[in-house]
Design a protein around this ligand. Structure first.
Ligand code: HEC
Ligand code: HEC
Length: 150
């Protein structure tokens, strides 16, 4: 009994460690493969990788597309359901998610750590970039999952 508990804990640890490693890779490598998501979610900005946010975030975003960061991004119910399912299935696997969940990648702690004040100023002052949400303004390969080109 005790031994199996220990083994269980070790397995959980190993699974957690694997998830961490694949998240680090995932930031770079998980590109949007679902056609509906690729088309509908790249009309105003690039289609963000599902691996940047947990499924709670994607569900909150997909549940309120008519009030989407000041825009109406609503779709028909079938498309909404398909995209929500795709994003949720490929979402980041966080140990705990705040309630309400984060809606922006650009406000996550790792993102703010990676993008300091100088980078933020550059985004605001350059009309071709505009905001930190415009990943491709700085990472030309962002839609192909490349972010270490800068
Ligand atoms: C009608 C235009 C439009 C469409 C279509 C659209 N978005 Fe957005 N989205 C926006 C705007 C505007 C912002 C805010 C950008 C900014 O702050 O510079 C945004 C921001 C986001 C953000 C947060 C980015 C950040 O700052 O971290 C996510 C995530 C997002 N959208 C997901 C989606 C998904 C998923 C879809 C497809 C279902 C979608 N968007 C379709 C206009 C759109
Ligand atoms: C104004 C320019 C700018 C914008 C916009 C921007 N980034 Fe970055 N990003 C950078 C810079 C510069 C670095 C490199 C930081 C360093 O070298 O320490 C970076 C680093 C990164 C890294 C780490 C890369 C690595 O290999 O360590 C990731 C991941 C990333 N950005 C994702 C994003 C995403 C996702 C978006 C859009 C939501 C975004 N970035 C928008 C400038 C930008």
């Amino acid at each position: 009994m005790k031994l199996s508990l220990v083994l269980g804990a070790l397995t959980a640890f190993a699974v957690g460690a694997t998830a961490l490693v694949s998240f680090a890779d995932g930031r770079r490598n998980v590109i949007v493969k679902n056609e509906t998501t690729k088309t509908e979610c790249s009309a105003c900005h690039m289609a963000y990788s599902p691996s940047f946010l947990p499924k709670e975030s994607w569900q909150a975003i997909m549940g309120n597309l008519e009030n989407h960061f000041g825009e109406d991004a609503s779709l028909d119910p079938a498309q909404t359901a398909e995209i929500e399912a795709y994003l949720s299935l490929n979402a980041a696997n966080w140990r705990s998610v705040s309630n309400p969940p984060p809606l922006r990648i650009t406000e996550l702690r790792w993102f703010r750590g990676e993008h300091g004040n100088r980078t933020r100023k550059r985004a605001q002052s350059n009309a071709n970039i505009g905001s930190m949400s415009n990943c491709q303004g700085c990472h030309r390969g962002a839609d192909r999952g490349w972010f270490d080109d800068d």
